[in-house]
Design a protein around this ligand. Structure first.
Ligand SMILES: Cc1cc2nc3c(=O)[nH]c(=O)nc-3n(C[C@H](O)[C@H](O)[C@H](O)COP(=O)(O)OP(=O)(O)OC[C@H]3O[C@@H](n4cnc5c(N)ncnc54)[C@H](O)[C@@H]3O)c2cc1C
Length: 225
């Protein structure tokens, strides 16, 4: 969209009922233009189409904006596939359900999986063997690297799905309160965690993944543009 006032280098993200199960965003492109959009989870739609949520979001937050292009599509936000190789076949990206489930962002993980698959493909060519025996390395390496974060983010997504708007605010507060190296017990004793636990007791299952997720989120936000 153009003709809108945005703060450059500042990502505006809205979670909760405005974008059920996912989030809405205003990502600046320049001083007067931004990528404005939202993601929704099909099972959380309340007799409305995704475009209805987008129109409501735009009317509320950037009513003066001029749309220049409309892009839409679907992304998998499930748990990653366990088996991603077969004889002569390696899956990466959306086909392997590698999209980061909490955000729907699948470009970094598709590139990461692609890099692993490329290296394994090179070995297969050199050994003249593209059977599962050689290609299995792709699967193992993905699950022990990107796969760990993916699992945590899937749990976050499942957890967020059930939260009210107040619960979403508490989750953001909890992320602000997390400190590096905190144990699950220490996390659960934070005031924001105790309030969130009342909103959704499944936090107990999520807690062990939070330190890794926090590290991942900070790492992503500190990466040079
Ligand atoms: C509206 C929208 C916004 C998004 N925004 C972001 C974002 O901001 N950041 C982010 O990280 N992710 C985003 N994603 C998700 C991201 O686009 C995907 O996760 C990512 O593109 C997956 O990469 P991929 O290579 O697995 O699949 P794709 O990018 O879908 O590539 C698959 C390719 O295969 C081709 N193909 C399909 N069938 C065949 C066939 N039979 N023969 C030959 N070719 C074929 C397709 O044409 C396509 O070019 C967004 C998705 C959507 C829909």
């Amino acid at each position: 969209m153009t003709n809108i006032d945005v703060t450059e280098n500042f990502l505006d993200i809205y979670t909760g009922s405005q974008a059920p199960g996912c989030y809405a965003w205003i990502f600046p492109k320049s001083k007067r233009a931004a990528n404005v959009g939202l993601g929704v989870i099909g099972s959380k739609l309340h007799r409305k189409m995704p475009i209805d949520y987008l129109n409501e979001f735009v009317s509320k937050n950037v009513p003066e904006g001029q749309p220049v292009e409309l892009v839409m599509g679907g992304v998998p936000v499930s748990d990653a596939l366990k088996n991603i190789v077969s004889n002569g076949l390696m899956l990466i990206g959306d086909a392997a359900r590698h999209t980061e489930p909490s955000s729907g962002g699948g470009i970094p993980t598709a590139i990461g999986g692609g890099a692993i698959a490329g290296e394994v493909a090179q070995k297969a060519v050199h050994q003249n063997d593209s059977s599962v025996r050689v290609l299995k390395e792709h699967e193992t390496r993905w699950h022990t690297s990107f796969g760990k974060i993916h699992k945590g983010m899937y749990k976050i997504k499942e957890f967020r799905r059930e939260l009210s708007d107040d619960g979403h605010n508490e989750l953001i507060r909890l992320f602000k309160d997390l400190k590096p190296q905190m144990s699950a017990i220490e996390i659960l004793s934070l005031r924001s965690a105790r309030r969130l636990l009342v909103a959704n007791p499944k936090l107990l299952f999520l807690a062990p993944h939070l330190p890794l997720i926090r590290k991942h989120i900070l790492f992503a936000s500190e990466r040079p543009q």
